[in-house]
Design a protein. Sequence first.
Length: 201
Amino acid sequence: MSRTRRKGKREAGALNTRKAYRSPARKDVLNGRLVRVRKAVRWFGNAARRTAVAFLPALATPDDRFAREWLERNEFALFMRMDPRDRLHGIQVARRLLELQPQAKGTVVRAALLHDVGKASQPYNPLYRVIVHLFSPPVPSEPRLSGLRGAFQVKQHHALYGGRMIDEAGGSAEVARIVANHHEPGACAAAALIARVDAET
């Protein structure tokens, strides 16, 4: 076989390989992998940042004025009962939600700010927070427990506790309902949106 024919075959093979890599199916696979990698990188970045803030509370500087602009007076009083680290996270979730949905209803933004208020029912313990994210055996929501078992309880049932706290403080019934359901499968669209933003923030 002449050198020219061999060269032509090599070029044809390279062209077919490039076409295969450009095929729609191949693009879908590559795009899917890229999305998964980006999500994993974002998750690890958020986990590292939140762990650092958990053990170094001076890093948490929540913009409480932002929360005051959105929340009703009794809701803001509840918000201020939260640890600064949880308030910072609530503000980050609310701001990210507004980036995704600038026309979001006020009740949805308020629920985003208060979505973790149920965690205020137990003092903030950074070591417990790390443990319950790694391992959390099922515990009932009642009776209320203390110590590490109480931390497991708060991790699993803080949405329920938060909804109840908002109701008891005379807050909006809709905000309470969204907060109470933001970890429930098949929740309303507002609660599902907060859960998604929460997981990404």
